[in-house]
Design a protein around this ligand. Structure first.
Ligand SMILES: Cc1cc2nc3c(=O)[nH]c(=O)nc-3n(C[C@H](O)[C@H](O)[C@H](O)COP(=O)(O)OP(=O)(O)OC[C@H]3O[C@@H](n4cnc5c(N)ncnc54)[C@H](O)[C@@H]3O)c2cc1C
Length: 339
């Protein structure tokens, strides 16, 4: 079995920051990611602007400059891949951790390679397996989980949500021009998508369980969405629940108790994400049953499983909006500054 002194799972901003901390404290980490480097940012909608200023997104002290006041998705992709190159981080992309088991000799980590993609994807310096194996086991002394939440969309739990015209990610509006589109959700992603869809020329309806947008939506989006709704340009059903999704329509129970059918060529169910709690449980990590918050030593971020650490947004359990890049990027120092 192959050995690595430190394995970091997740090449998001926090995984990369952890890897830099590990290197600076004398370790030689291997980072694996189920997708590409900063895979979550890669899957933000095209043209997304960050709400955070660039200096707060920096990792490893590498300066982040951007054309405007705040960076775009595209500038962030360029920045983080530059960091990987500058730090000569060993990243193995398209490789998913599926299980890990603690024994007296260390932690055995089982991973699956997406061979079709990995074969052509060699990131500095080439760490790819030489054969075509789809699975591999690596033994490590330190396992850092920085897996985020963006891979696991929350489910509506209604019939029809698996139909092919129902999507859990919004990429861009253009493909919806001239169509009837229903956006489900009442937070930033849903509101931003509804505004982009309306402006691209989609007939847009927004369905949200929330009764208003206070507290859940960025302050600059709120007047925009409220004015579009007031003008009848976006049809909004607030305090409403989706009950069924059909081939061409969405059934909604309105706040009055009545039911309404909304025409829908495309449906975007943008109702948030959750960490891979199942993976954490399989590894033996104890989670608070309500909040999903893992049992961690707050000073070292070590879990109840010796040698297994957690970093970034997953430390917040279901409260995904409380730990982001700005306040998660120093987690690597907690982990590697103490060992
Ligand atoms: C549209 C949008 C805008 C945002 N704007 C901002 C902003 O302005 N400022 C800010 O601070 N935050 C922002 N965020 C939130 C920010 O993206 C997250 O807080 C941040 O990405 C969390 O970093 P992370 O490294 O913990 O997780 P992620 O960036 O999600 O990285 C986790 C990585 O782990 C990989 N992974 C998951 N499971 C496995 C597995 N089993 N095996 C291998 N790899 C795995 C994933 O592929 C992913 O690349 C925004 C989010 C969205 C959706």
């Amino acid at each position: 079995m192959k050995h690595e002194d430190t394995l970091i799972v997740g090449a998001g901003p926090i995984g990369l920051a952890c890897a830099i901390s590990a290197k600076r404290h004398g370790f030689d980490p291997l980072i694996i990611d189920a997708g590409a480097i900063v895979n979550s940012i890669l899957h933000y909608p095209t043209g997304t602007g960050f709400f955070t200023t660039p200096e707060l997104l920096e990792v490893g002290g590498h300066p982040f400059t951007c054309a405007g006041e705040k960076p775009t998705r595209e500038e962030a992709l360029k920045y983080y891949r530059g960091v990987v190159r500058a730090e000569r981080l060993r990243v193995l992309p398209y490789t998913r951790l599926t299980a890990a088991r603690r024994s007296n000799s260390g932690i055995s980590c089982r991973m699956e390679h997406d061979v079709a993609r990995l074969h052509r994807s060699v990131i500095w310096p080439p760490p790819c397996p030489t054969n075509q194996a789809t699975e591999q086991e690596i033994q490590t002394q330190r396992l850092v989980l920085a897996t985020g939440y963006y891979d696991n969309p929350n489910s509506l739990g209604v019939p029809g949500e698996d139909l092919p015209h129902v999507r859990q990610y919004f990429d861009e509006a253009h493909a919806n021009v001239g169509l009837d589109v229903v956006v489900i959700g009442g937070r930033n992603s849903a509101v931003e998508a509804a505004l982009l869809l309306y402006r691209a020329g989609a007939r847009t309806a927004l369905v949200s369980r929330e009764h208003d947008f206070s507290g859940s939506v960025k302050y600059w989006l709120r007047p925009d969405i409220e004015n579009r709704i007031r003008a009848g340009e976006i049809v909004a059903h607030l305090g409403a629940t989706v009950t069924t999704i059909g081939q061409r329509e969405v059934s909604v129970r309105l706040s009055s108790g009545a039911t309404q059918q909304l025409p829908a060529d495309h449906v975007y169910a943008l109702i948030g994400f959750h960490a891979d709690f199942e993976l954490f449980r399989r590894i033996g990590i104890e989670l608070d049953p309500e909040s999903g918050v893992p049992r961690l030593n707050p000073e070292t971020l070590e879990t109840n499983v010796r040698g297994v650490f957690m970093a970034g947004s997953i430390t917040a359990g279901r409260e995904t909006a409380t730990v982001f890049i700005e306040n998660g990027r120093l987690d690597g120092e907690k982990i590697f500054g103490m060992v």
